[in-house]
Design a protein. Structure first.
Length: 300
């Protein structure tokens, strides 16, 4: 506490102990006044800065730790989640899926297995859609309508399989001994007419591009030269699987490389099925007489 005394008039008669009361003397009462100045504690800025930095570092380390744990757990669980990313081979051009119609005469069980394996191999090349009357449910709505829709569509390629059975079908057509509704088989099927009608259509095809649409194929060890079909494109025949690379090239099929197809499960299965077919034919040289009618007339 400090005391202050103020006098507004500087006059000796205005002293505190003077008995003279001068009218110009103005006295101020002495009062005790609190000092408004307080002692402010000093702050150690250096210690606060060090503490803040340490706190930030600790929090950062904790966040990094939990982030690492989260990433680790996600990677462990990610194999269980199916990936939505579809791998795209950028080396292959984007082309429209080719549509291929398989035309072949119904034969023994081993041959039908070969045809199924061959169709699966074609679809393995990624841009081929195979249509086979024996494995297409749409054909049940009407075999002939189903066939005509494919044959008259210029976007379809036609693969005719040359076999002894197919050759006998063509001989019957050329001889005129069987009508459209007649079946050569001992146990006819309503699908047997598909090949007969399809073969007639290809034989009479007078379109401008039969060579670019129709292809003749055979199977190694099973299809014989003497059973070659007489068709507009008979000068070009591919023996499967030996000419598989030439076949894809001539059809302008941009697909999985041939060397990859040859190493595929589908190719291995096809090779095995062809081998089984050839063995069956070797052990049963007259097996067709049990499938077709009147073996003597057909000179099997």
């Amino acid at each position: 506490m400090q005391q202050y005394l103020q006098a507004l008039v500087d006059d000796v008669r205005c002293g505190w102990d003077s008995v003279i009361e001068h009218e110009k003397c103005i006295w101020n009462i002495m009062e005790e006044v609190e000092d408004c100045f307080h002692d402010v504690p000093e702050v150690n800025l250096n210690s606060m800065s060090a503490f803040s930095i340490s706190l930030v570092i600790i929090i950062t380390i904790i966040l990094l730790f939990f982030t690492g744990v989260t990433v680790f757990m996600f990677k462990r669980r990610s194999p269980m989640i199916p990936s939505l990313d579809v791998p795209v081979d950028e080396t292959l051009p984007m082309v429209t899926k080719k549509k291929v119609l398989l035309l072949y005469a119904r034969d023994c069980k081993q041959f039908m297995t070969v045809m199924k394996s061959f169709g699966q191999l074609l679809e393995k090349s990624h841009n081929i859609k195979v249509f086979d009357c024996y494995y297409d449910e749409d054909v049940l709505d009407g075999p002939l309508d189903w066939l005509q829709n494919k044959l008259t569509n210029p976007q379809f390629y036609v693969l005719i399989v040359t076999t002894r059975c197919a050759y006998l079908h063509q001989e019957a057509i050329l001889a005129g001994d069987w009508g459209d509704s007649y079946s050569l088989y001992r146990e006819p099927s309503f699908l047997d007419r598909v090949f007969m009608y399809g073969l007639k259509w290809v034989m009479k095809d007078i379109s401008a591009n039969p060579f670019s649409r129709s292809y003749i194929i055979g199977f190694r060890g099973f299809s014989r030269d003497e059973d070659m079909l007489s068709l507009p494109t008979n000068w070009r025949r591919y023996i499967i699987p030996d000419h598989l690379d030439n076949f894809f090239t001539d059809m302008d099929i941009y697909c999985t490389p041939v060397e990859n197809i040859r190493n595929s499960v589908q190719h291995v299965n096809l090779e095995s099925d062809i081998h089984s077919l050839c063995r069956y034919k070797s052990e049963n040289p007259y097996y067709l007489s049990g499938i077709l009618r009147s073996a003597g007339v057909l000179n099997i």
